[in-house]
Design a protein around this ligand. Structure first.
Ligand SMILES: Cc1ncc(COP(=O)(O)O)c(C=O)c1O
Length: 434
């Protein structure tokens, strides 16, 4: 093992040995090298005469660039676009995002957590978690309505065994009891379990109530109490898009500093929240279980995260970090976001109104939804994939079949005035093939 990795592991052993136990083999071996990046960072501060360190080209005291690109980006200073961004992300972006997290998640106030580290959006954050914490055969607890890409990231790439529980109970609420049962069973078999909480959920569009959220946190605490380490990850991709009376903050705040055997990891980002999907800007934030400031644990996790970023993608795109900084600092940011939230909420509520008309009862009912981009129909009479293909071929309407019975509708992409027609067409499609 590299001495730098051993040094980080020793910090974990001293300040929270459970976090060391949670790391995968790769996570234990990971470190941030004192290589080119560290030497370049030192030179950036001290090399006032010539800086012949890092692999970019310079000219006239700044980065070299092509006019045909800069002409289109002239609002931005070349130094904020072309050079590599720091491996953990632009410091200003990290602190602005931390402030935003605190503003929007009152339960994070007074908690100790790391500075957010910039990722290449949430998918990358998920793969960092998989690399650092998942070994072959580790259990990952998820609801059965889940974003399919988790299977690739955790199952195929890292060999996790995915343990699914029913998403909803008979009463149409979140099935916390099934979650607790699944968690308990894993805790009986394993010394560590990874829990992935995704609210608003893809594909169902559900966010738990405050009481359900508390019960989820309590089930995790009980598991830790029983002696099992829990890596509790919140995938907050659709954060903020809450339309009804639900939890309106990430469960990360309540999981942070809760129990020494719980490591809370928050994955969030600008992609869905700020409608900049292609920018690929997200964050990973850690909070260990100690109630006091535990900075050596945060430092060790930050260094290991920087190491895995360096190993896999070197660093994240610079221009989009600059664009997101501009947005977060803009006096129009909050107002414009509020306007878009209003539009999305209008679509969600219209979808509910149309579905509640009673016109489609023979064809489907629908799963509870109150947030995010999506909702799911539960078809009663036809196969979802067959219907999907029919809708595409006959009507030019695109939907996603997620199981034999479930059809996911992204109301986020349908104007409010078109929602009635969309469901009428889907209903006609069901009648065609029944
Ligand atoms: C639940 C969930 N998490 C993460 C992602 C990926 O987000 P990003 O584009 O930021 O990688 C998606 C995208 O569809 C998603 O639905």
């Amino acid at each position: 093992m590299n001495p730098l990795a051993a040094e980080l592991n020793a910090m974990l052993t001293e300040y929270n040995p459970h976090v060391l136990e949670m790391l995968s083999g790769l996570g234990k071996n990971m470190y941030f090298p004192k290589g080119i990046l560290t030497q370049s960072a030192e030179a950036k501060e001290k090399a006032h005469k010539f800086n012949a360190t890092i692999g970019i080209a310079t000219e006239n005291g700044g980065p070299m660039f092509l006019g045909c690109i800069q002409d289109r980006l002239s609002a931005f200073d070349p130094k904020d676009i072309y050079p590599y961004a720091p491996p953990a992300g632009k410091p200003e972006l990290r602190s602005l995002w931390r402030e935003k997290q605190l503003r929007e998640n009152p339960s994070q106030a007074g908690k100790h957590f790391s500075n957010p580290i910039v990722t290449n959006a949430l998918t990358h954050g998920l793969s960092i978690v998989a690399d650092l914490f998942v070994d072959k055969g580790d259990h990952l607890v998820l609801p059965d309505m889940l974003w399919g890409n988790y299977n690739l990231t955790f199952g195929v790439c890292s060999g996790a065994e995915i343990k699914k529980h029913e998403t909803f109970n008979e009463a149409g609420g979140y099935n916390v009891e099934a979650f607790r049962r699944t968690l308990r069973k894993s805790a009986e078999e394993k010394k560590k379990v990874i829990v992935l909480l995704n609210f608003p959920n893809n594909p169902s569009g559900y966010t738990p109530t405050v009481a359900e959220g508390d019960a989820i946190v309590e089930a995790i605490r009980e598991t830790a109490e029983s002696g099992c380490n829990v890596v509790a990850v919140t995938d907050d991709a659709y954060f903020g898009l809450f339309y009804e009376d639900t939890l309106k903050e990430s469960l990360f705040g309540k999981l942070a500093n809760l129990h020494p055997r719980i490591l809370a990891i928050k994955l969030d980002g600008a992609t869905k929240e700020e409608f900049v999907w292609g920018f690929r800007t997200g964050f990973i934030t850690f909070a260990d279980g100690n109630s006091h400031e535990n900075s050596p644990v945060m430092t060790a996790l930050e260094k290991k995260t920087m190491g895995i970023i360096r190993a896999r993608i070197s660093n994240c795109p610079h221009p989009s970090q600059t664009f997101v900084i501009e947005a977060l600092r803009s006096p129009d940011f909050l107002r414009q976001k509020e306007e878009k939230l209003h539009t999305m909420k209008g679509r969600a509520l219209k979808t509910k109104e149309v579905l509640n008309s009673g016109n489609y009862l023979k064809a489907w009912d629908y799963y509870p939804f109150n947030s995010g981009y999506f909702m799911c129909l539960r078809l009663k009479t036809v196969d979802a994939e067959k219907l999907r293909i029919h809708l595409l071929d006959r009507y030019g309407v695109g939907t996603i079949s997620t199981t034999k019975t479930d059809l996911r509708i992204a109301f986020s992409c349908i104007a409010e005035s078109d929602i009635q027609e969309l469901f009428d067409i889907i209903y006609r499609g069901v009648q065609d093939i029944s």
